[in-house]
Design a protein around this ligand. Structure first.
Ligand SMILES: [Zn+2]
Length: 488
């Protein structure tokens, strides 16, 4: 209310002031001289005021025109106008349609269509990560490695997609057979995401294949640390890798480090038979025979095994069969009922020419587990006791068709290996060899040798048989002798 009154009073004062000013200008009779180009105007007082007002209006109009001209210019340039937005929406819709079609084709396994649609989406949509990923996957489905590599590489620039890009590149390099590159990429990928199990397994597989044992042990440790491997499994596998490392070092001639690796393998997994054997050999080479015996006994306690017996025999090279039998006493008493213990004891007694003792040690094993070894031992006992040749040959003939007994069998593909190894020869699996009976190791053979018993019984003593029986018995008796050493 008060403000309104003030405003009215002010307005009245301004009007009075202007009227008085105009009156004074009129009365003064002064003129204003105006010069435009070569023309000269002489304006009266009232005319001058009107001319000034006209000038102000004209200036306002010009300014408005200029801003309008700029607006039109922007429109012509297409800066986020309604028309442009309309076209953009249409483009995005077509892009999303193409994307959907690409995803459907990809799910159907139609790589060719998937690539075509994904490339269309790539052109229409401004989403390079999404569309590159789709093209790369489609290219992978179709088997177009070059296109897959190109698009996976494009994913490396974005933080969100870098890991998936490296993953794709690993697969692409693997399918192209470039294992060296794949391994280098897998190392990088694992640095990005150490807990990624697929990468861990891929890298481990590549490292074991490339015999990079030190690298494989590092990866195995990462795998354990990220909770993807139980502690006991890790220890066993780490022991196997250390053992492989020992072998590689021995081949290179670095015997000192090879022995250390073998002993470490045994420390990690005392019941791993090949590690115990390698460690015993290494310890004997270091002059620590009693430690070697201890390592063998520890493994024997878990599973008696002929290779352990051979390594135990090798601890003392120059001893008589009787001395050897005495030294084996502690080992033989650990698991006396085990078939392996009984076979070993019988063999040691045969070597010491105590044939009745060998017969007692073997017991009824030739009936309960008539393996090649048990039957051959029976032949040796009969021969040592001076039995008739026909009896000896009878045992040997049975041995020819008997089961082989436990062997190193791959649990995955059932392939039988003559010696233990970390990686299956047949299927390439890691740590799958178990000491057990091979499937179908008995039964009709290709050579029909199961007919031999009948022939042997009816024919006069042939030369070949006699020779063979000698060989087999000798080979059997010598089985407990030291084998050629690996690391010593
Ligand atoms: Zn296998």
């Amino acid at each position: 209310m008060f403000w309104t009154l003030v405003k009215i009073l002010l307005f009245v004062a301004v009007v009075i002031g202007l009227a008085m000013g105009a009156g004074m200008v009129m009365d003064s009779g002064q003129t204003v001289g105006l010069r435009i180009f070569d023309m000269e105007f002489v304006l009266g007082p009232m005319q001058a005021i009107i001319a000034f007002v006209v000038f102000l209006v004209a200036l306002w109009v010009v300014l408005k025109l200029i801003s309008f001209a700029f607006a039109v210019l922007r429109f012509m340039n297409g800066d986020e106008t309604a028309i442009r937005r309309f076209f953009m929406r249409n483009r995005e819709k077509r892009g999303l349609d193409a994307l959907l079609n690409a995803m459907i084709a990809q799910a159907e396994g139609d790589g060719k269509t998937a690539i075509a649609k994904a490339e269309k989406a790539h052109k229409l949509l401004n989403r390079p990560v999404m569309t590159s990923l789709l093209i790369a996957q489609a290219a992978e489905t179709k088997g177009n490695t070059d296109l897959a590599i190109e698009n996976y590489k494009a994913l490396l620039d974005d933080n969100r997609s870098r890991f998936v890009g490296v993953q794709g590149l690993i697969r692409a390099k693997l399918s192209a057979g470039d294992k060296e590159k794949a391994q280098a990429l897998a190392v990088k990928a694992l640095e990005m995401q150490p807990a990624h199990e697929v990468t861990q397994n891929t890298l481990l597989g590549l490292q074991t294949e490339a015999e990079d044992w030190a690298g494989a042990r590092k990866t195995l440790l990462i795998k354990k640390s990220s909770g993807h491997l139980p502690r006991d499994v890790w220890r066993r596998r780490d022991a196997i890798l250390a053992l492989q490392e020992a072998d590689t070092l021995a081949v290179k001639g670095d015997l000192v480090r090879a022995r250390e690796a073998a002993i470490e393998a045994n420390r990690l997994s005392p019941d791993l038979i090949p590690a115990a054997v390698a460690a015993a050999q290494a310890l004997v080479a270091q002059g620590k025979g009693s430690y070697a015996a201890k390592a063998i006994r520890k493994a024997w306690k878990v599973q008696p095994h002929p290779e352990l017996a051979a390594a135990f025999a090798a601890i003392e090279k120059d001893e008589t069969p009787t001395q050897r039998l005495a030294r084996f006493g502690k080992l033989l008493n650990m698991r006396p009922a085990d078939a392996e213990t009984r076979l070993l004891k019988a063999e040691l007694l045969i070597a010491a020419e105590d044939f009745p003792g060998a017969r007692r040690a073997l017991g009824d094993l030739y009936e309960t587990e008539p393996t090649v070894r048990a039957l051959t031992i029976m032949a040796a006992i009969e021969r040592g006791e001076g039995s008739d040749d026909a009896v000896v040959r009878g045992w040997l003939a049975r041995a020819l068709t008997a089961k082989r007994g436990p062997q190193w069998v791959c649990e995955k593909c059932q392939h039988v290996h003559a010696t233990w190894q970390a990686i299956c020869d047949n299927c390439g699996a890691f740590d799958t060899l178990a000491w057990r009976d091979a499937p179908d190791s008995a039964g009709p053979s290709a050579t029909q040798t199961e007919l031999l018993p009948l022939i042997v019984g009816s024919l006069p003593k042939p030369e070949r048989d006699a020779d063979m029986s000698e060989d087999v018995v000798e080979a059997q008796v010598e089985e407990s002798a030291p084998p050629p050493e690996k690391t010593a």
